[in-house]
Design a protein around this ligand. Structure first.
Ligand SMILES: C[S@@+](CC[C@H](N)C(=O)[O-])C[C@H]1O[C@@H](n2cnc3c(N)ncnc32)[C@H](O)[C@@H]1O
Length: 271
């Protein structure tokens, strides 16, 4: 896929998710975000960068961890995500955090200006994750840490059919390499290739719970990376795609809704 097109699909797609993102993904992504923050072990006074920060689900806890003597900058390619995160910071009166619109592959930050770089569930969407990690390395000071979380292997993610179902109805794949980084040691290898050392990798499995078919479908179509394609479907295409996706997760349905298996990989490296 043309990298420029991929960036546009991501930018305007995530713009569309902003009002539903936390409803559909807040509790589901929490295990990965918690592990990432644990592995980052942010200390008071540290300067933190949160790449692909979305609404700030990792940025705000990071701001608490680094305290009033530290600071966090959250960056994201989606204008709406950045605006929402800024509004939330203002609502909560959090003073040690700021949000800027930036492409992960081209950070408008000075060399060596942060101590810790985080990226939670963002690298899968970037045309070249190696370039993004190189940028994070550039802005880290000596011995700076990077911690990145990605979705795991395709076979371990019960919601994975969303991609072929949507791709069959649009001109180009939405996220061609989505599961690549979460397979085997790919994330560790990519960190190493970007110049990081002392790499540690953890893989965790969990389930994504949704109370209803409507929520499970909403999360996959309106709340995630296929949101732009979804917004352009006509009614008939939408109904057909919903039915196909519902059939693909039927096996995970139980009395309480759906418990869809998922896997995350979180890796830590040092500059
Ligand atoms: C699944 S959300 C994760 C948000 C947040 N880190 C979290 O854990 O909730 C993915 C985010 O990646 C952002 N994104 C996608 N491509 C990007 C790129 N090339 N540069 C920066 N951000 C990007 C999206 O706009 C979206 O906010």
């Amino acid at each position: 896929m043309d990298p420029k097109l991929q960036r546009r699909v991501q930018r305007y797609g995530w713009d569309k998710t902003v009002d539903v993102y936390e409803r559909y993904w807040r509790s589901q992504l929490e295990p990965a975000q918690t592990l990432l923050l644990e592995m980052a072990a942010i200390r008071p006074g540290e300067r933190v960068l949160d790449v692909a920060c979305g609404t700030g689900l990792v940025t705000f806890p990071a701001a608490e961890d680094c305290g009033s003597t530290g600071e966090v900058v959250g960056t994201d390619i989606s204008t709406k995500m950045v605006e929402e995160a800024r509004a939330e910071a203002a609502r909560r009166e959090i003073g040690n955090v700021r949000f800027e619109r930036m492409d992960a592959e081209s950070l408008d930050l000075a060399d060596g200006s942060v101590d810790v770089a985080l990226c939670a569930l963002g690298l899968m969407y970037v045309p070249d994750p190696g370039v993004a990690l190189g940028e994070m390395r550039r802005v880290l000071g000596p011995d700076g840490r990077v911690v990145a979380a990605v979705w795991g292997a395709r076979k371990s993610c019960g919601w994975a059919e969303i991609f072929p179902i949507v791709d069959a109805r649009v001109e180009s794949d939405v996220c061609p390499l989505f599961f690549q980084l979460g397979t085997g040691d790919a994330l560790a290898i990519t960190l190493e290739a970007a110049g990081f050392r002392d790499i540690r990798l953890q893989r965790i499995t969990m389930t994504l719970h949704y109370d209803s078919t409507e929520d499970a479908i909403g999360a996959a179509f309106a709340g995630g990376p296929v949101a732009l394609a979804h917004a352009r479907f006509d009614d008939a295409t939408r109904d057909e795609a919903y039915a196909e996706y519902a059939a693909s997760i039927e096996t995970y349905r139980n009395d309480g809704g759906y418990d869809i298996p998922g896997e995350f990989v979180v890796a830590h490296g040092v500059k």
